[in-house]
Design a protein around this ligand. Structure first.
Ligand code: SAH
Ligand code: SF4
Ligand code: F3S
Length: 471
């Protein structure tokens, strides 16, 4: 696909601003400011998308609420990664029928990865008739036009054409805190891991122009943001589709040149494309955190092949060695799937032995969930859920012990953290993160939020550290 067709012409995005203005005029006729509720499920990509939707809603003149009964517009931004995620959303959407009965003018929108699936859109069309607007992630930039259509045509709108996907620059945004920000550097996924729905709902891989990414990061640093996380399903594929050659490591180097007191994190990094150049660049760039989320999924080479991951256990372990050689203090985390169709107990235990060998700082662990339409969903899956749960618990036991040990080793040390918010806990009122991304509950004054400070680690558990401000 031609690059010029991937990046939307500025005129197309500006046209959406016209719809935003028309909606603002419509809302202005009401006797009070309309309220929007945005409810977000899934990964950081969805969080970033919701911040764009909130930007559009703000520009339409909306305020925000968390109360469905107070809202005039509700947007549910959904995730399709596992069946449970979908069930939860159907539960939430089902409940909204009551809010709609109380307020027939309420507009309910369903967007995100679930919405991009035809089966879901059909189910909403037929069984959830109180939902007014359904659109997939690839149509997000057109939200003002779609919403305007709902109001003016007085009918339900479905926009889920499965397109290649485009890039819209210059969309408005509402960021939650003044400390941390998300920056998408690419969209979509081309990897087609055999269990995964993402490539079907997010379209093909497409990278933002380096100049656009750099301008956004520079702007955030100038505004005082202290921690910027670059987002993509596989950031290591960044740049493959650009006209001028540039890879992810090159992009990191360019970003790192932006002056200021800030840290760059990124996710997710697919092991098959991570290598020496990336690790050396991370080590050489003072703004880049020594934190690597490198999802392994399985410790069995046979299962990895069936998952279409593109690396073996040995190749993965070699990359971990390379990363640690370049950055001895690197904080490593991973995603694991237990119970892939046909996985044996022995293979699941290979995953446990891999995590014992790597000693990750933390893991995100999942039991396999079949996603209709993916190749893995067609494979025989003879192992019972109960048996998978036993393997899963063994994995968790190992990881909890390892995380506990690694966290305990911090106690007594002084570490530099970014204070990123208030916790609401009177004993540990602040939350903060080490450069490697570990959570530190902190005693100290709330005026410290947004600052880098040295703290003494005084305690730890499986999930976090506890510390006090150094004087
Ligand atoms: N792009 C990222 C992953 C995004 S999805 C990567 O490749 O690393 C986040 C995690 O959800 C995946 O890493 C995987 O561990 C898990 N996951 C994806 N599909 C799943 C499924 N069908 N069942 C269970 N877990 C799944
Ligand atoms: Fe899914 Fe694999 Fe793409 Fe990650 S890389 S989003 S697991 S298909
Ligand atoms: Fe879920 Fe879509 Fe993210 S399926 S994990 S919200 S890319």
């Amino acid at each position: 696909m031609d690059r010029t067709q991937v990046v939307l012409p500025a005129g197309a995005v500006r046209r959406q601003e016209e719809f935003t203005q028309r909606l603002a005029a419509l809302y202005h006729q009401r006797d009070r400011q309309p309220l929007a509720m945005v409810d977000t499920y899934g990964c950081q990509q969805n969080v970033a998308d919701s911040q764009r939707l909130m930007g559009m809603l703000r520009d339409m003149g909306c305020g925000f609420t968390q109360d469905p009964n107070a809202a005039d517009v509700i947007v549910i931004n959904t995730c399709a990664i596992r069946e449970n995620a979908e069930k939860k959303v159907f539960g939430v959407v089902g409940q909204l029928v009551h809010a709609k009965e109380k307020n027939p003018d309420l507009i309910i929108c369903l967007c995100g990865c679930m919405a991009q699936q035809e089966v879901v859109a059909d189910k909403i069309k037929n069984s959830y008739r109180h939902v007014d607007l359904v659109f997939g992630p690839q149509a997000l930039w057109k939200f003002p036009e779609l919403l305007y259509g709902v109001y003016t045509e007085k009918k339900r709108v479905f926009s889920i054409e499965n397109e290649h996907g485009s890039i819209a620059e210059g969309l408005p945004v509402v960021r939650e805190s003044g400390v941390k920000a998300w920056v998408s550097i690419m969209y979509g996924c081309n990897n087609f891991c055999s269990y995964c729905i993402v490539p079907y709902v997010r379209g093909r891989e497409r990278s933002r122009e380096p100049a656009d990414v750099l301008a956004e990061v520079r702007g955030l640093v100038e505004e005082g943001y202290k921690e910027i996380t670059l987002l993509g399903q596989n950031v290591n594929s960044y740049g493959k589709d650009l006209d001028s050659p540039m890879d992810f490591a090159d992009l990191l180097r360019e970003i790192d040149k932006i002056p200021g007191d800030y840290l760059i994190r990124f996710m997710t990094s697919h092991p098959k494309d991570a290598g020496q150049k990336l690790f050396e660049t991370m080590a050489a760039c003072p703004h880049v955190a020594h934190q690597l989320h490198l999802p392994v999924q399985s410790g069995s080479s046979r299962v990895l092949k069936a998952m279409n991951r593109g690396y073996t256990r040995e190749q993965y372990l070699e990359k971990v060695r390379m990363a640690r050689a370049a950055m001895p203090d690197v904080v490593l985390t991973s995603d694991i799937i237990i119970g892939f169709p046909g996985e044996t107990e022995e293979e699941a235990m290979e995953t446990v032995s891999l995590i014992e060998e790597v000693r990750y700082d933390a893991l995100f662990t999942f039991i396999y969930s079949p996603r209709p339409g993916t190749p893995a969903a067609k494979l025989p899956d003879p192992v019972s859920r109960a048996e998978k749960q036993v393997w899963f618990d063994k994995l968790l036991d190992s990881q909890n012990r390892i995380s506990g040990e690694l966290h305990h080793a911090y106690v007594g040390r002084t570490v530099r953290v970014l204070v990123d918010g208030e916790s609401g806990d009177p004993v540990w009122p602040l939350s903060s993160r080490t450069h490697g991304g570990r959570l530190v509950h902190l005693k100290g004054d709330t005026s410290l939020v947004g600052q880098y400070i040295d703290v003494k680690v005084t305690g730890s558990n499986t999930w976090a550290l506890f510390g006090e401000v150094q004087r």
